[in-house]
Design a protein around this ligand. Structure first.
Ligand SMILES: [Zn+2]
Length: 363
């Protein structure tokens, strides 16, 4: 395998990618550009699975995967990198292993963390393109602000029910996300759990996003610059809306009306109904690294039953109603606890008292 040789394609690579090397827009040199490209995908759920699969199969040399979730049964209808045996595993870990099986000539770097305004620049710096497969406005705003600041092209996509949107955000050239999609609160948005999502629209939006990413890497202008494409399978419509920069945009405007307001990030978020029980996510202030073997030992010694022990996270229960996953970065998903205070008590007992992580990293 020649993933370390960045200047040439091996014979195997040429054969692997032969059906796209013959495309006049790609060619040998285009394929080398893909091999040398660094792409960050934020969110490896509905949109993220087909995006990652296509990018990897096309030979993007380095893919950074960021996701804070574990696999659930209700994901499998549309998230085809996963199967029932991986329920309870961190998505980035399973996705990364599967993608490396699909194409051994690439590198995948999994980050089991939550991207927010405090860590976005650190996570995205050095990337050639950023692409989102998210369902949260808050995280998209964090990506948008970091990409504008770092001057990284950002290919935005979203889906719900039977429709989806795509736009190519190129810093200093096109509107940023907050020029045309500002001030939206996650609490006001419909979710996949409540409104549903058709896998077909996911495939279409993901493919269009990938096509735009590839154009950026090959040095061509994305076709959805200054445009928002809206597709709806209920009516089989594909509509392009022209969008323009807002001079007063707080993020990219020449004459911002005010200073941009920091994106609010709570320590505990309630996630939308998974199985009728309340589900919370604890997102510590700082990313720290938990030793999975220390966590495993602590849980076993304290009467918890381990359901999944993966490299980047552990899913366990307390033999009663609480089921939880703790990821290597300190993120916890807790199901079956009544309120936010009880979630924090549960979390602190394991992370602070049990593993000795200092409180200052958390709040
Ligand atoms: Zn803007």
């Amino acid at each position: 395998m020649s993933i370390n040789d960045e200047k040439n394609l091996s014979d195997k690579e040429i054969e692997f990618y032969s059906r796209q090397i013959v495309l006049k827009d790609v060619g040998y040199n285009g394929q080398l550009k893909l091999k040398n490209a660094k792409v960050c995908l934020v969110g490896v759920g509905g949109l993220g699975c087909p995006i990652a699969t296509q990018l990897i199969a096309m030979g993007i040399g380095y893919l950074r995967l960021i996701d804070r979730d574990v696999i659930e049964l209700s994901n499998l209808q549309r998230q085809h990198l996963y199967s029932p045996k991986f329920i309870g595993y961190p998505k980035v870990e399973v996705a990364s292993n599967r993608l490396k099986e699909l194409n051994p000539y690439i590198r995948v770097d999994p980050f089991p963390i939550s991207l927010h305004e405090r860590n976005a620049e650190e996570l995205l710096r050095g990337m050639d393109v950023v692409i989102d497969g998210l369902d949260s406005a808050r995280a998209r705003y964090a990506i948008n602000r970091a990409c504008i600041k770092l001057k990284i092209p950002y290919i935005h996509g979203s889906v719900i029910t039977t429709f989806g949107n795509v736009s190519a955000i190129i810093p200093n050239e096109t509107p940023c996300l907050e020029c045309f999609y500002g001030d939206i609160k996650d609490e006001d948005l419909p979710t996949c759990a409540t409104a549903g999502v058709h896998p077909s629209i996911i495939g279409i939006i993901a493919s269009i996003q990938v096509s735009e990413v590839i154009r950026v890497i090959l040095g061509e202008k994305p076709l959805l610059m200054n445009k928002l494409l809206h597709c709806d399978l209920q009516y089989m419509t594909f509509e392009e809306m022209n969008i323009s920069r807002s001079e007063s945009c707080l993020v990219c405007g020449q004459k911002p009306a005010a200073q941009s307001v920091p994106i609010k990030q709570e320590l505990v978020e309630e996630l939308c109904g998974r199985s009728g029980k309340r589900v919370y996510m604890v997102i510590p202030r700082e990313t720290f690294e938990i030793s999975m073997s220390d966590l495993n030992e602590f849980l076993r010694n304290n009467g918890f039953k381990i359901q999944v022990k993966a490299n980047l996270g552990i899913t366990f229960n307390n033999n009663k109603e609480i089921t939880s996953s703790i990821l290597k970065s300190g993120i916890a998903i807790v199901e079956g606890v009544e309120n936010m205070n009880d979630v924090l008590d549960f979390y602190n007992k394991i992370i602070v008292d049990g593993l000795g992580i200092h409180q200052s990293h958390i709040k």
